[in-house]
Write a new protein. Structure first.
Lengths: 147, 181
């Protein structure tokens, strides 16, 4: 949660301080070789790969969705319901489930407790895109092209 | 997986939950130790050598309260410690920190008891509890990669001993918090 809060703060700060990504790309195209060289030796701060509009739109959509989920939960639960029960009800509606891919009990020689059981469980898959390239990497590639 | 903001310029942030009871065969259990990592479908580990970097992995149990008696930071005034989250969260939300990992974590497990296992404690995980995972991963390859979140853990059946949670600490020092259950 702290990490999420920091991430949101960092992105909000980035989004507020930096121009829209499309503007950045246009500016990069206009940079001279010397300016690019200076960027490489003194790298710019990472640029969030989204613009202010996207951020606000995404936040608004998330807010609308969460509001609906919480409103539904509020009407569904009677007073006296514990927060654990409400959270338990809401979480699967806002977060996707990572499927259990494989689980096995291990015959491990090293255990903390003699009566402990060792196991390994894999969840996913998590799909990591290969196309998430930052503005900094793009500026480096542009420099290589111009060189 | 839900896409989320990343702290790394090339990172990909995600939020997800694990199916209930999936770690301990649909039974209550006490986790003694756990190590998080990433694997490929064949079980081999995804590492920086294969182009995958763990910026961070964090996991929580939102079905149980977070009661933390330790501050996070080396500060004189507890009110200025970012660890105040540790006091505020259990009041407002159940969110027991489970375990986490950065790429610098190495082959080390988080242990919820003493090194020799003689102290009666562990992370209590109910068969009806969710585990929420927040991940920030970096793919340095230009092709899409499928990786699997991997828990390598030791457990005992049922709830045993004192309930323990994971927490972050400053390497320069910390302090005790007053905890009211």
């Amino acid at each position: 949660m702290k990490s999420l809060a920091f991430a949101l703060l960092a992105v909000a700060a980035n989004a507020a301080a930096l121009p829209d990504q499309r503007d950045t790309e246009q500016q990069s195209a206009q940079l001279t070789e010397q300016q690019l060289l200076r960027q490489l030796t003194d790298p710019p701060a990472p640029v969030a790969p989204w613009g202010v509009t996207d951020l606000i739109s995404g936040a608004y959509q998330a807010y609308q969705y969460l509001s609906k989920v919480l409103a539904d939960a509020a009407t569904e639960f009677k007073s006296g319901t514990s927060i654990e029960q409400v959270v338990d009800h809401v979480i699967p509606k806002i977060l996707p489930e990572a499927k259990l891919f494989h689980r096995e009990v291990l015959e491990a020689e090293k255990k903390v407790r003699a009566d402990g059981k060792r196991a390994k469980a894999l969840f996913g898959p998590f799909v990591l895109s290969g196309k998430n390239v930052s503005a900094y990497i793009r500026s480096c590639e542009l420099y290589q092209l111009l060189k | 997986m839900s896409e989320l903001i990343s702290l790394d310029p090339r990172g990909q942030g995600k939020f997800s939950i694990l199916p209930k009871g999936s770690l301990c065969n649909l039974k209550d259990c006490t986790i003694i130790s756990v190590r998080l990592s990433l694997s490929y479908e064949d079980g081999s580990e995804a590492t920086p050598e294969t182009g995958v970097y763990i910026h961070h992995l964090l996991s929580f149990n939102p079905s149980r309260p977070s009661i933390n008696a330790i501050g996070l930071c080396d500060v004189k005034d507890p009110a200025t410690d970012i660890g105040f989250f540790n006091k505020l969260l259990p009041i407002n939300l159940p969110l027991a920190p489970f375990t986490g990992r950065g790429e610098d974590g190495g082959p080390v497990s988080a242990v919820f008891t003493s090194d020799d296992g003689k102290y009666g404690s562990g992370f209590h995980l109910g068969n009806d509890d969710y585990i929420v995972v927040q991940s920030d991963l970096v793919n340095y390859n230009n092709v899409t990669q499928n990786v699997y979140l991997t828990f390598d853990y030791e457990y005992v059946d049922g709830f045993q001993g004192v309930s323990a949670i994971g927490t972050l600490l400053s390497v320069t020092g910390t302090f005790a918090l007053l905890v009211k259950k």
